[in-house]
Design a protein around this ligand. Structure first.
Ligand code: NAP
Length: 235
């Protein structure tokens, strides 16, 4: 039985991935700012703080064994006209979405190298296909995650480790509903469903299904890929 760590695993897509991997038989620990109360393997860790990640991983390794699956789902959005965007706000969004991936991969990589097997899936964003006004920091950070995915895949392939990215689009989570409530979605969810080729909103389970496949043994020949899961909104 393999051990997986899912960041951002207390909410939305990360929660859906953690549930799916548990039902597939993985031992799953989650990292989040505020772990879900009913998650006995939920650890409080800010992905921008390497010492908090290291402390959580020490317990995870002791209790569950080496970590050979990592899904980076923790994320932070931001909305601001570029001319008003402060460098502090820019840095925070880049810190969580990009540097968070750096810190988490660094933390689990020794286990994967030792086991000569590993699966890393980075949750980026469909905004990297299309761009998104008022989200320059977010789109820049998520696009960098796609780039990191491709470069790291080439580097780690010889070690039996695959690295892929899943950019979600229009998935029903607290993050998306907050945007709808705040009028930042450019219409309601219902409006968007009419413009979505498969005519529905995505679910965390849709993203989890893609992750479960990329993590599986049979996906060992797939690496460095960006697998969009967005109902056809981006092709
Ligand atoms: P969500 O429900 O807000 O979940 C994100 C989780 O990450 C939250 O539990 C959040 O904690 C946590 N988090 C934020 N900053 C963190 C940090 N520094 N350290 C540890 N955990 C942190 O959002 P979601 O929609 O599931 O998003 C999951 C991922 O998918 C994100 O990377 C997001 O950018 C990406 N994504 C989502 C969509 C979509 O349609 N939903 C589209 C494109 C991309 P708090 O709630 O306490 O802040």
């Amino acid at each position: 039985m393999r051990t997986a760590v899912v960041t951002g695993g207390a909410s939305g897509i990360g929660l859906g991935i953690a549930e799916r991997l548990r039902s597939d038989g993985y031992r799953v620990a989650t990292l989040d700012l505020a772990p879900a109360e009913d998650d006995k393997l939920g650890f409080k860790a800010d992905v921008t703080k390497p010492e908090e990640i290291a402390a959580a991983l020490e317990t995870i390794r002791a209790e569950l064994g080496p970590v050979t699956v990592l899904v980076n789902s923790a994320g932070l959005e931001g909305f601001e006209k570029f001319k008003n965007l402060t460098f502090e706000a820019w840095k925070r969004v880049v810190d969580v979405n990009l540097h968070g991936v750096f810190h988490c991969v660094q933390a689990v990589l020794p286990d994967m190298l030792e086991q000569r097997w590993g699966r890393i899936v980075n949750i980026s964003s469909s905004s990297t296909h299309s761009g998104q006004p008022f989200m320059t920091h977010y789109v820049a950070a998520k696009s960098a995650v796609n780039g990191l995915t491709k470069a790291l895949a080439l580097e780690l392939g010889p070690n039996g480790i695959t690295v892929n990215a899943v950019p979600p689009g229009f998935i029903d989570t607290p993050m998306l509903r907050k945007n709808e409530d705040g009028g930042r979605l450019g219409g309601t969810v219902e409006d968007h469903i009419k413009r979505t080729p498969v005519r529905r909103i995505g679910t965390p389970a849709d993203i989890a299904a893609a992750c479960a496949f990329l993590i599986s043994e049979e996906a060992g020949y797939i690496t460095g890929q960006i697998l969009g899961v967005n109902g056809g909104r981006n092709t």
